[in-house]
Design a protein around this ligand. Structure first.
Ligand code: MG
Length: 168
């Protein structure tokens, strides 16, 4: 099946953070405080997806207050940080009301392959500058690199496939 066909039935999206919603760079200042750069257009696209009934989750292997803050700004309630196992994290989200089938996962690195192999994940998405192994397993690759507004491309794919894209 093409990524457009799979996208027709997608009910939820699981976003990785580092390398997907950011460019993957983690900046430390002299005090050891981390910063990351989020793209404002990802925020708009995530809100658009949610407004069209697509459930949004974040699962990240790292943990930082910036991710909590960004999730809060975007109204994302399904968030797991510091996930040692992304599949265990997905299971816990499902136990708390996140859809249990017809999901998209977008990730950029080898630990995201856990989700790519999960039976609930039907649309495997990644970013242009992802790890080569992840690129080779993905159904959909964004033209943009991580941190450059990749959610916009995922929103367009899914909402067009579902007849919910209002901008044509
Ligand atoms: Mg990542």
């Amino acid at each position: 099946m093409s990524s457009e066909q799979i996208a027709e039935s997608i009910r939820g999206i699981v976003f990785d953070v580092d390398g997907v919603l950011t460019n993957g760079r983690i900046i430390y200042n002299d005090a050891g405080v981390e910063s990351k750069h989020f793209h404002v257009r990802d925020g708009a696209s995530i809100k658009l997806l949610a407004s069209k009934g697509i459930e949004i989750a974040i699962i990240t292997g790292r943990a930082s207050p910036m991710v909590s803050r960004r999730a809060e700004e975007l109204g994302i309630i399904h968030v797991v940080q510091g996930a040692e196992s992304k599949t265990d994290a997905l299971k816990s989200l499902m136990e708390n009301g996140f859809p249990s089938h017809d999901l998209c996962a977008i990730g950029d690195d080898i630990q995201d392959l856990q989700l790519f192999n999960h039976p609930s994940i039907t649309l495997r998405a990644t970013v242009a500058d992802a790890h080569p192994v992840v690129l080779s397993k993905a159904d959909f690759v964004t033209m943009r690199a991580g941190g450059e507004g990749v959610a916009l491309e995922l929103a367009e794919l899914i909402l067009k496939a579902q007849g919910k894209w209002d901008f044509d």
